[in-house]
Design a protein around this ligand. Structure first.
Ligand code: ADP
Ligand code: MG
Length: 253
């Protein structure tokens, strides 16, 4: 069995700025990887490279054994078409810090939109499925509410349901609770924990060390574009070996 995500020697440059400097990173099926590290270390860039929101500058990124964004032919690499990339990307769910729900659509309509437009699901099927996803995030009774009628935590749970409606093979989260009032963080983390328990492969950028300790199979500490240290939470968080990791956790814990 191939890994769900395999990054091999991944580099990313923005012009002259070298942001990812040789990332080797594997996430097995059903595994939860939590990325931690100081601001600007490249965490968002790395997860954006996993679903091709950013194009890598060198190296290889595989999702479910498939080379992302590129095709190897006669020993040469060719960029995939936009359509092929959109197809690859549709297998990867992503949840951002800002929920970006359509304000003029109900929760239900938000969740139904991509399955209708992208997967061409029938209205009946999309609605049935959307209601199931809303149930899964504990919002079955909010289906007809508009985003403005929902709390930030509820909006973020709708955003998770919306991503799940596309039946992704894996889910990426980029600081999903950072924009929330503190009292709303727990409900979103609980939904993510349930999702992890259901067997979903997840990569999560978060500052919630408690979540990392409890839910992560693998904690990855990044600094300045490299993976400094990775392993189980008990090792990386509670018994770090590298001075940079030690210094980081000494400050945040
Ligand atoms: P983190 O998520 O760990 O805070 P980022 O991946 O967002 O880090 O950013 C890493 C570095 O890359 C930062 O110096 C940031 O300014 C830079 N960067 C990120 N995205 C872009 C972009 N689209 N263009 C230019 N520089 C960028
Ligand atoms: Mg970031």
């Amino acid at each position: 069995m191939t890994a769900m995500i395999e990054a091999k020697g991944v580099h990313k440059l923005f012009g002259e700025l070298h942001v990812l400097k040789g990332i080797d990173f594997t996430v097995e099926r059903g595994e939860v990887a939590v990325l931690l590290g100081p601001s600007g270390s490249g965490k968002s860039t790395l997860i954006r490279c996993i679903n091709e929101l950013e194009q890598i500058s060198a190296g290889r990124m595989y999702v479910d054994g498939e080379l992302m964004g590129l095709r190897e032919k006669n020993g040469r690499l060719h960029r995939l078409s936009d359509k092929e990339i959109a197809h690859q990307r549709s297998r990867v769910g992503m949840v951002f810090q800002r929920f970006n729900l359509f304000p003029h659509m109900t929760a239900l309509a938000n969740v139904m939109e991509a399955p209708r437009q992208v997967l061409r699901m029938s209205k009946g099927e999309a609605e049935r499925d959307a209601r199931e996803q809303l149930e899964r995030v504990g919002l079955a009774d909010r289906a007809d509410h508009y985003p403005s009628q929902l709390s930030g935590g509820q909006q973020q749970r709708v955003a998770i349901a919306r991503a799940l409606a596309m039946k992704p093979e894996l889910m990426l989260f980029d600081e999903p609770t950072s924009a929330l009032d503190p009292e709303l963080v727990g409900e979103v983390l609980t939904v993510m924990q349930d999702l992890a328990a259901s067997g979903m492969t997840m990569v999560v950028v978060t500052h919630e060390v408690g979540f990392a300790r409890e839910v992560a199979d693998q904690v990855v500490f990044m600094d300045d574009g490299v993976i400094v240290e990775s392993g189980p939470p008990a090792a990386v968080i509670d018994n770090p070996q590298n001075p940079r990791t030690k210094d980081f956790f000494a400050k945040v814990l």
